[in-house]
Design a protein around this ligand. Structure first.
Ligand code: SAM
Length: 278
C-alpha cells in the first residue's frame, strides 16, 4: 500500500514545473530578468478565487512586519503577497518537493528571496520551535489531511501566545460527497474533507478563540461560473492553474462547482486567536 504522504505528493507532482513556468513566460515575451508578481498571479495561488481572496483575507488581520507561516504553501503566491505588500517574513512549508523548488525559484525571480523561505515538510510534524510565528495562514490544505487534530495541534504549537490563525478552506456539508477528480485528489483515497463543525470543535478544545467566520461559498460559485464563461470565450490561459492541474483541469473545477451548487461542499474562511496561558 502506498503511504499517504507519497500519495499526496504524487497528487501534486508536476515534473519540471519551474522550467515550464519559465518557458511559458518566455512564450509571452516576458523578459526573465523583469518578471513581476502580476505575471505569475494566475498560476501561483492554487485555490478558488486566487489572488483576490488572499488579499481579502490579509486585509482582515494585522500583518505588517509579522512572522508568518504558510502551511501547505504550494508554489508560494500568497506568501509572496504577504512579504511584498505587508513586509512580512514568511516561511512556507509543503509536502511537494517540486512545489518547494518552484516556490524558491519564483521568489528569486521576482526579487523576494530575502523575505520568503520554503521548506519541504509535513504539516503534521512542523520543523519549528513552539511559539515561532505571529500568524499561521493556510488555504485549501486540510482536504488532504486525515489527522485533523494533529494538523491543528501543530498550528497551535508553533503560534505565539495571542498569535493569529487564519484559514480559507473547502469543507463537506454533513456527509457531503464530491465527484472525482477534484484539484486536491484524483481519487477518494487522497481526499479527507472535514466539516466546519469538526474543525471548530477541535480549535475550541485547543483553546483557540474564534474571532470571525465567513461563508465564502457564493463568492466561490460566482468565480467558478465566470471562469467557465471566460474559458469558453478565450480558451485556457497561457499560465493559469491548468499548468498545475494538467489535462483534467476543467473536469476538476467543474466537480468543485457542482459540489458547491449541490450543497455537498462549502467554502469558508475564518480567524482564530491563540489564547494566552495564565
Ligand atoms: C490545493 S494546494 C494549495 C496550495 C496553497 N495553499 C495555495 O493556496 O496556493 C494544497 C497544498 O497542500 C499541500 N499539502 C497537502 N498535504 C500536506 C501535508 N500533510 N503537509 C504539507 N503540505 C501538504 C500540497 O502539497 C499542496 O501544495
Amino acid at each position: 500500500m502506498v503511504a499517504l504522504n507519497t500519495l499526496i505528493e504524487n497528487q501534486y507532482h508536476t515534473p519540471g514545473l519551474y522550467e515550464d513556468i519559465l518557458n511559458r513566460l518566455g512564450e509571452q515575451e516576458i523578459e526573465l530578468s523583469n518578471v513581476s508578481r502580476r505575471d505569475i498571479a494566475d498560476v501561483d495561488e492554487f485555490h478558488v478565487r486566487g489572488a483576490e481572496v488572499s488579499l481579502e483575507l490579509a486585509s482582515r488581520i494585522r500583518l505588517e512586519n509579522s512572522k508568518v507561516l504558510d502551511v501547505g504553501c504550494g508554489i508560494g503566491g500568497p506568501s509572496r503577497m504577504l512579504a511584498d505588500d505587508y513586509n512580512c517574513r514568511v516561511t512556507g512549508i509543503d509536502l511537494s518537493h517540486e512545489y518547494i523548488r518552484t516556490a524558491k525559484g519564483l521568489s528569486a525571480l521576482v526579487g523576494l528571496q530575502d523575505k520568503t523561505d520554503y521548506i519541504w515538510s509535513n504539516a503534521l510534524d512542523l520543523p519549528f520551535e513552539n511559539g515561532s510565528f505571529d500568524v499561521v495562514w493556510t488555504q485549501h490544505v486540510q482536504m488532504n489531511i486525515r489527522h485533523k487534530l494533529k494538523f491543528y495541534s501543530e498550528i497551535e504549537r508553533v503560534l505565539s501566545e495571542q498569535g493569529t490563525f487564519i484559514y480559507y478552506d473547502i469543507f463537506k456539508k454533513d456527509s457531503g460527497e464530491v465527484n472525482f477528480p477534484v484539484p486536491w485528489a484524483d481519487y477518494a483515497s487522497a481526499s479527507f474533507l472535514g466539516t466546519t463543525e469538526n474543525m471548530d470543535d477541535i480549535l475550541e478544545r485547543l483553546c483557540f478563540k474564534n474571532l470571525l467566520t465567513s461563508d465564502e461559498t457564493d463568492k466561490g460559485t460566482s468565480f467558478l461560473e465566470d471562469l467557465f464563461k471566460k474559458l469558453k470565450k478565450n480558451g485556457p490561459s497561457k499560465l493559469g492553474l491548468n499548468v498545475l492541474m494538467g489535462p483534467s483541469t476543467k473536469e476538476k473545477l467543474m466537480n468543485i462547482l457542482l459540489g458547491l451548487k449541490e450543497e455537498q461542499i462549502v467554502l469558508q474562511s475564518g480567524i482564530y486567536k491563540k489564547r494566552a496561558i495564565n
